[in-house]
Design a protein around this ligand. Structure first.
Ligand SMILES: *Cc1c(COP(=O)(O)O)cnc(C)c1O
Length: 453
């Protein structure tokens, strides 16, 4: 088979799958073990490319999760937009190395343009530096590496040269409800989770600003504060104006984990939730969640480009790039890397400013609709539904677990479980452009059937 036919066939298979995903089981009833068996043993000899693709589709498709369909509400998972998906297929076909403008002028330029659009949409300072990374985890890690550089440089310590051996101890003030990726970033950066000073939170997971100020006042030495735009369970936002003012008064760097909620800034109706966030020092968010870009896609923004580059650039020479054009890899963790900008640019170009606002507003309205239908039928909603996240409890933890398992088995929709402030919940995240009111009604129906059953 010719290459052309092979690629067209592969794209057609993907399109078939995406079309079917609106009606197929949301979670497969095929086990990973049976896929492993279908994939077979290491082959001795080469095979025609067309046979390979055929075999892969046959083995993998029965065990795919229809997260690209309209009734997947697990974790925080967007269904990739059409243009972004097509652009990502092109990124594979073009096979560009997004290291810098020498390895690919197009890849370097598209990240530049997409980054400036993102900053405008999210209300971030235009001078902020940006790194296109693999996701929220990598974005938090890059931002906290920049923070580590900045607070230690101000204490007279060159962490890039000497590491943390002998460095003044850094304290990291974090919300008790921070995302687990903050802790992993601190582990990877050698700061360690014992460096954290946890701030108590209210019933929505918002950091107590008075307690935060007290912790900052009492902590010695260089300090970093981690705030949240959109708690992964409740969707709640920290009080940015008060928290950032307190943090800066004590010389702390403020990082905002906005993997889920920074997108509220793109909606005129919801922007108030992020009020004051632009005064922070760094921000992370995800493309593959609410922007509905294919995996893997995340963004690290930093108000101090020199701190960002000091932490992540290979050498100072890479900063401006070999030919004077900004090197995207100087602001990310990878050296050779996927040309991630194409898919992000395509998502933003397809949606436009109003389309993105509409996506965010619609998901939030649909989350409210879901919560309302459950609440009216005796289900406990454990959070104020201010964003796209809903926590539902069906009695005690055991009953909630039982209802959750029944819904997951039904194939009608899929959501995961979580524990928030000591209680187990079904966590519903409405993050896909494909979800409609009819999908919400059908999913709520499936949940209520499991609840009554
Ligand atoms: C999902 C999430 C992350 C991690 O993002 P990944 O893209 O999964 O690495 C970090 N913080 C919050 C609040 C999240 O919801």
């Amino acid at each position: 088979m010719e290459l052309r036919e092979l690629l067209v066939t592969a794209a057609a298979r993907a399109a078939d799958y995406r079309e079917r995903a609106a009606e197929s089981r949301v979670f497969p009833d095929t086990s990973p073990e049976s896929v492993r068996d279908a994939l077979g043993a290491l082959p001795e000899d080469p095979s025609p490319a067309a046979d390979v693709v055929d075999e892969l589709v046959k083995a993998a498709e029965p065990a795919l999760v229809a997260s690209t369909g309209p009734r997947y509400f697990g974790f925080v998972t967007g269904g990739s937009l059409d243009a972004a998906t097509a652009a990502d297929i092109l990124a594979s076909g073009w096979d560009q190395n997004g290291f810098n403008a020498v390895t690919s002028p197009a890849a370097a330029a598209v990240e530049d343009v997409a980054a400036s659009w993102l900053k405008e949409l999210l209300g971030l300072p235009p001078h902020a530096s940006s790194g296109f990374v693999t996701g929220g985890q990598a974005a938090n890690t890059v931002c906290l590496a920049a923070a580590r550089h900045h607070v230690l440089a101000r204490a007279g310590w060159d962490v890039e040269r000497f590491g943390l051996q002998g460095a003044p101890p850094v304290r990291v003030v974090v919300s008790e409800d921070r995302h687990a990726t903050i802790d992993r970033a601190l582990r990877l950066l050698g700061l360690g989770t014992a460096a954290t000073l946890p701030v108590p939170t209210d019933d929505q997971g918002r950091a107590d600003t008075a307690a935060l100020a007290t912790l900052l006042r009492d902590a010695e030495g260089p300090k970093i504060v981690c705030l949240q735009a959109g708690d992964v369970n409740t969707g709640a936002f920290d009080d940015f104006p008060a928290a950032i003012e307190a943090a800066h008064a004590h010389g702390a760097w403020v990082h905002v984990d906005g993997a889920v909620g920074l997108w509220a800034a793109a909606s005129p109706a919801l922007r108030h939730l992020t009020a004051g966030v632009a005064a922070a020092d760094s921000w992370s968010t995800d493309g593959h969640k609410w922007l509905n870009v294919p995996y893997d896609s995340g963004y690290a923004f930093c108000a101090h480009p020199e701190a960002h580059a000091a932490a992540t650039a290979l050498t100072a020479a890479y900063l401006t790039g070999q030919d004077g054009f900004r090197a995207p890899s100087a602001f990310a963790l990878e050296s050779s890397r996927r040309a991630r900008g194409f898919a992000t640019w395509a998502a933003l170009r397809e949606l436009g400013r109003s389309g993105l606002a509409d996506l965010v507003d619609r998901c939030c309205a649909l989350a409210g609709r879901f919560a309302g239908q459950l609440r009216r039928n005796g289900v406990t909603i454990g959070n104020d539904v201010v964003l796209n996240q809903v926590l539902a409890a069906f009695g005690d933890d055991e009953r909630t677990r039982h209802v959750l398992a029944a819904v997951q088995r039904s194939g009608e929709c899929w959501m995961g479980g979580t524990t928030f402030h000591g209680r187990e919940y079904m966590r519903i995240s409405v993050s896909s452009w494909r979800t409609t009111e009819a999908d919400i009604d059908r999913a709520a129906g499936a949940v209520l059937t499991a609840f009554r059953g």
